[in-house]
Design a protein around this ligand. Structure first.
Ligand code: SF4
Length: 328
């Protein structure tokens, strides 16, 4: 029977799952992903995590609880950096320790460190370390690493075709005909949705924001639909280089979309209690105000956010864009 490796459907799952899955699968493991977020998963995570943690981290705990009795190993890498001289939010650094110390009876945790800030070769070293639970054969590890990279490239190509990451994963796994807009709905508007993938693509905690926009006939684009070069180039418009990878993605994509005539508005989604989000939100708002050309809606989500409030604000935002258009 193949070893079962558990991957929580939270945090960096929305960025790197295809690579992780491709790697473990190539080594003969069965990859098990936690269920889609439900109220129960979120409530359990909130109960288990420290109060000060942000919503996505609390949710991660809930996904670990959902998986822990179904797998032989849990994959919780310690993500420090995924590019040269830039870093991921410090919460990711301590994630394996937080999980281990707060959740009892866990299966062994594969907690390899990914730190590419000085040397991109570290990525291979991290994978080779992670794969040791399955094989000691260096050739097999190298081949599996290449298979993982190939899957990640495929995933990014799907994203750049206009699919959103969760749809790209579905396309890769099941070949579903997911689309970037509601079938049969005219796309009368395009909105750039700026937020962390783990917030905006989780339909439960985002209260199905993307689905709601699409139901109104609105096309949604995100940072994931852009290449890394575009994001880098646009974020370089700031006087100093940003060394937070996730913040850079949000700012670079917002700066790109605010230049396009095809974009009717920007929605920025932040997690309550997230320092980096309040900072990126402020920069985006200032730049938009300076350009004066696009409406912006700032939404902050937490475990107590009510759906009715979000719907009202969305509808008011869309109405305002329509009035603006009519007035122009
Ligand atoms: S960037 Fe913000 S939302 Fe994301 S893990 Fe860090 S604190 Fe939480």
């Amino acid at each position: 029977m193949p070893l079962r490796i558990g991957i929580p459907r939270a945090l960096l799952y929305y960025y790197y799952y295809p690579m992780w899955k491709g790697f473990f699968k190539a080594l003969g493991a069965e990859v098990v992903v936690s269920s889609r977020t439900t109220k129960d998963i979120l409530d359990k995570g909130v109960k288990q995590a420290v109060d000060e943690a942000c919503l996505p981290v609390k949710l991660f705990f809930g996904h670990v609880l959902d998986l822990k009795d179904k797998v032989d190993y849990l994959f919780v890498p310690r993500m420090v950096s995924v590019e040269h001289k830039a870093y991921i939010c410090p919460k990711f650094l301590g994630l394996p320790d937080m999980v281990r110390h707060n959740i009892a009876d866990l299966p062994p945790v594969i907690d390899v460190t990914v730190n590419m800030s000085r040397n991109e070769k570290n990525l291979y070293r991290a994978f080779a370390e992670a794969g040791k639970v399955l094989t000691a054969n260096p050739l097999a590890l190298r081949k599996a690493y290449k298979a993982g990279l190939k899957e990640q490239e495929r995933f990014e190509r799907f994203n750049q075709l206009g699919f959103l990451p969760h749809e790209s994963i579905e396309q890769m796994e099941e070949g579903l005909a997911a689309r970037n807009f509601s079938p049969g709905q005219p796309q009368n508007m395009t909105i750039a949705l700026i937020g962390h993938g783990y917030n905006i693509f989780d339909t439960y905690i985002s209260m199905n924001l993307i689905g709601k926009l699409r139901d109104m006939g609105i096309r949604v684009v995100t940072a994931d639909n852009l290449t890394g070069d575009i994001i880098e180039e646009r974020s370089n418009e700031l006087p100093k280089r940003l060394f937070w990878t996730l913040g850079k993605r949000m700012i670079g994509s917002a700066f790109h979309y605010m230049r396009l005539d095809s974009i009717d508005g920007i929605i920025h989604v932040a997690s309550f209690g997230c320092g980096p989000d309040s900072f990126t939100g402020e920069i985006i708002e200032r730049h938009l105000r300076r350009r004066g050309n696009l409406p912006l809606l700032n939404l902050t989500i937490d475990e107590h956010s009510g759906e009715a409030g979000i719907v009202t604000r969305l509808e008011a935002f869309v109405d305002m864009i329509q009035w603006r258009r009519a007035a122009q």
